[in-house]
Design a protein. Structure first.
Length: 205
């Protein structure tokens, strides 16, 4: 990814006044790619989460795992620390949902369980009642040039399923970010739940 020793990865963010930086904003969106870049970037993400929570901002987080940047266990360990601060969660990985917080040998709720679009969400919300929305999109690859997308969203105690979008691929880069931005835009503009989800998937497509 050519980010090692970049200015962003090596910058000392402790000198930044995060309260002033976030002043006047309503929504903070963070990605799991940022904390993977360096220890200072990981510290920045946690500090931003805490400041944004103190300011009453809406916070969304996309785990967005990249194996070229860190290991699966490193990502799970860090991203799980973010969950208590998040309002809108994109995806259900990489996060730990221990069956028993005091005995991790009993395993994770999600490991070995079929990806049913409501079971895991219920387990997340039971553990982290601060979560107001959980959304994730699913890609179906028909060929190298044709894919389909749909998404599931848990909101206000209900699970919603989008329509299926099938399309010819021009460029896959940024599809996940487009889904997140579409979801955030639709939520900020108070769309209905089904319109929120369909707009997010359409944005990705």
């Amino acid at each position: 990814y050519d980010r090692k020793h970049s200015a962003f990865a090596e910058y000392d963010f402790r000198q930044v006044d995060l309260s002033a930086l976030l002043e006047g904003f309503d929504w903070l969106h963070l990605s799991g790619i940022t904390p993977a870049l360096s220890p200072s970037c990981a510290r920045l993400v946690l500090d931003c989460l805490k400041v944004a929570r103190d300011k009453g901002m809406t916070i969304s987080f996309d785990g967005n795992f990249r194996s070229a940047l860190w290991s699966w266990e490193e990502a799970r360990a860090f991203c799980t620390q973010c969950l208590p601060y998040v309002d809108v969660l994109l995806g259900i990985e990489p996060y730990h949902l221990w069956r028993d917080e005091n005995d991790h040998s009993k395993g994770d709720w999600k490991d070995g369980v079929p990806l049913h679009p409501s079971y895991e969400e219920q387990a997340f919300v039971a553990r982290y009642p601060n979560l107001k929305c959980i959304a994730r999109h699913v890609r179906y690859a028909h060929s190298g040039s044709e894919n389909s997308l749909k998404a599931f969203m848990w909101l206000d105690g209900h699970t919603f399923e989008s329509r299926l979008f099938t399309f010819t691929i021009l460029d896959r880069v940024g599809g996940g970010d487009a889904f997140a931005s579409g979801l955030i835009y639709a939520m900020m503009h108070h769309y209905s739940p089904m319109d929120i989800l369909n707009f997010a998937v359409a944005s990705s497509a």
